[in-house]
Unconditional design. Structure first.
Length: 142
């Protein structure tokens, strides 16, 4: 069963940083908060690029616990699933839920994802195990 409660993100996470007068030291001292800000920034970017491509960005969450940070769906039904993680050490953990979602949707060729990936702040992009990519935010684009 899908949950329909919307997930809210800042239009621009830098507004929260400015309002809180957060310094780099304060942000890195609270990785959970920094992760939420980074996720909001990634979702903002994905929405901008998706809109340019006539696509939409959704948050996927089931009552049973499966959750994926972003599912981008094109007008023709193609889709991709993304998790957002604050660093390389969380990539494998982040890849689990997009993989689970892909397995649940694998009823036909049309239901297979165009891409599965974990979006991280920096580093190199690459294809990981089971074709789950790792994408640095700087590599996102239309």
């Amino acid at each position: 069963m899908l949950r329909s409660t919307p997930v809210r993100h800042f239009v621009d996470p830098s507004l929260a940083v400015a309002a809180l007068r957060a310094t780099p030291e304060r942000l890195t001292a609270d990785l959970e908060f920094l992760g939420l800000l980074f996720e909001s920034m990634v979702i903002r970017d994905l929405r901008v690029y998706a809109q340019a491509a006539d696509a939409q960005v959704f948050h996927y969450r089931e009552k049973e616990g499966l959750e994926v940070d972003a599912v981008v769906e094109a007008a023709d039904g193609r889709w991709a699933a993304f998790e957002v993680k604050l660093g390389e050490r969380w990539v494998e953990d982040g890849a689990k839920n997009p993989r689970k979602l892909a397995r649940r949707m694998a009823h036909s060729d049309h239901d297979k994802p165009s891409a599965l990936a974990v979006i991280v702040p920096g580093g190199y992009g690459y294809s990981g195990p089971e074709d789950v990519g790792v994408i640095p935010i700087g590599a996102l684009g239309p």
